[in-house]
Design a protein around this ligand. Sequence first.
Ligand SMILES: Nc1ncnc2c1ncn2[C@@H]1O[C@H](COP(=O)(O)OP(=O)(O)OP(=O)(O)O)[C@@H](O)[C@H]1O
Ligand SMILES: [Mg+2]
Length: 314
Amino acid sequence: MQKTPNDTQPIIEARGVTKTFDGIEAVSGLNLTVPPGICFGLLGPNGAGKTTTLRMLYGVSEPSQGQIKIFGMDVGRNTRAVRARLGVTLQDNVMMENMSSRDNLFIHGRHHLIGEALLAQRVAELLEFLEIGADADKKVLKLSGGFKRRLSIAMSLINAPELLILDEPTTGLDPAVRHALWSKIRGLKGDGKTILLTTHYMDEAERLCDQVMIINGGKAIRQGAPRQLIEDELYPNALEFDCSSEEEQRLLEGASELVKLRTGTRLMVFAKDTEQILTRLQKLDGGNRRAAIQRPANLEDVFLAVTGTHLEDG
Ligand SMILES: Nc1ncnc2c1ncn2[C@@H]1O[C@H](COP(=O)(O)OP(=O)(O)OP(=O)(O)O)[C@@H](O)[C@H]1O
Ligand SMILES: [Mg+2]
């Protein structure tokens, strides 16, 4: 007997999920709970295990260990029932290049066994929603990357899914197209859909995601709301400038309550009050002032800090 989802039942519930390839754990004991109606971001460096995790969640790859429930159903045992209610946009676009966007949408809809009248209505709505109507009858191979990405997302929405899984939805897109897609993703969330996405753009995660999980080497290392993670890991303000280790020592001698993050010659200092440090830096520089950037700490700083760039407490 399948359970009917209710407001409190998580849409995704993964417990102790591990995936081993040739004896190596690509995903290691992952626990993931995604409640309905939120946008959840899975973040991590290249090879962290994001795509592998998504593949297990939508049932094309079996976990080596652990349980996954989607809509309260075991994915391995109810793959069809789960798939009928979810939409997936893969990391690479998968579509028939020799056909038009409209035909791709129709073919995809028929795979889902959607009746012709309803399908025609959905295709028209999706072409309009993702603003691809004007190019709907052009062959896909003639479309730009941004339009192909929009088509990919339109295809994943053909079955009016309750859960949308997006693997790097905006990689390689220009800023205008990214903004357009963000607004579509927000619109889908506003309609009550649950969204799980991966991204390498921390600004995107910060804007879209209610919750994020940072994974590294297949293991979850941090989870929370983006703002909360920034508060927990760093101080609210950042000061960024080029500086040698020797200068750094002189500059920060005796300073406390700060976090430092160095990538090559670039030093980022996080503190409550970066103004004070800036004044010391300007004194150190004398008349020859170097360029320094003062800005609020962000999720990218947290990502760099927790995934391995050298970090020290002051
Ligand atoms: N079919 C496979 N066979 C063997 N190893 C695999 C397979 N699929 C993935 N891996 C390995 O699992 C690890 C995680 O890969 P995955 O594609 O999940 O990373 P990712 O976080 O999505 O990275 P990216 O940001 O580059 O997309 C990598 O070391 C990868 O080489
Ligand atoms: Mg990937």
